[in-house]
Design a protein around this ligand. Sequence first.
Ligand code: IPE
Ligand code: IPE
Ligand code: MG
Ligand code: MG
Ligand code: MG
Length: 291
Amino acid sequence: MELYLKEKSRLIQEELEKLLPERNTPYNTLSQAARYSLMGNGKRIRPILALATVESLGGHEKTALPAVCALELVHTYSLIHDDLPCMDNDDFRRGKPTLHKIYPEGHAVLAGDFLLTFAFEILANTSHLSPTQKVELIKILAQNSGGDGMIAGQIMDIEAEGKQINLEMLKTIHQYKTGKMITASILFGGILANADASNLELLKQFGDDIGLSFQIVDDILDVTASEQKHGKSIASDQVNHKATYVSLLGLEKAKEEANKLLHSALEKLHKLPCETVHLKQLAEFIVNRNH
Ligand code: IPE
Ligand code: IPE
Ligand code: MG
Ligand code: MG
Ligand code: MG
């Protein structure tokens, strides 16, 4: 899996370079700021999940590349905004100071806005996709990142700060703020490889399981990882008085929940009538990772 991740990351990095080259405009600090965050050492797990889904379903990886990068752009924008002083107020991300520590805060807000908007431009411009595929991708990304998706999760997350919330509420927050973008990534793969409706439904269920487990593990790593290994601020949740799977259930039970979801995710994969070995390994990586 290490090698697979490395190889796919490299492909994505190259595509991102093509999509967002250094530019010489009167406003080039905008792309410099966006590139500062985007070209950091992110895991690229969302576009990789999408590519692995394409591969499983026998689709074309090369054709899919620009579209899957749109997921990484939206994700990176969400990280830039998530770290702002008015949100989680974190100083370290992807192995370096957060964007608002290097550029003025306004630049960080605008770099996020730019990445979000550009993601949709990429989807509209991508060649070798049918108009129907493009509209489906745009719809999936808008719905899962927007006001009934990731952003909804983020607002519930900041509203819950300092409050006692129950596990059900926390699960909802996690499903929205993180799960939905992971599900969108899997569905991207499905659309890019022309999956039929029943396979798309299985893929969605698989995405939902690994999406929630991704955030449970993120909660765990906020407590157990070192800043150096993790590449981002740690103990942020505690500082911000956020409820997490660890604060509500304890470390061991939180790990159990993540493993239960992995098990459930793999059951969904078994039902897919195709080779899914890399998706299986990615699901295992999400739950067992240490960064
Ligand atoms: C961090 O996402 C934010 C969450 C949704 C938990 P990642 O852990 O995928 O961050 P990068 O992209 O590798 O930096
Ligand atoms: C953020 O969750 C989810 C996003 C939409 C960015 P966290 O706030 O826990 O993510 P990290 O730990 O800062 O990466
Ligand atoms: Mg946050
Ligand atoms: Mg955060
Ligand atoms: Mg976190």
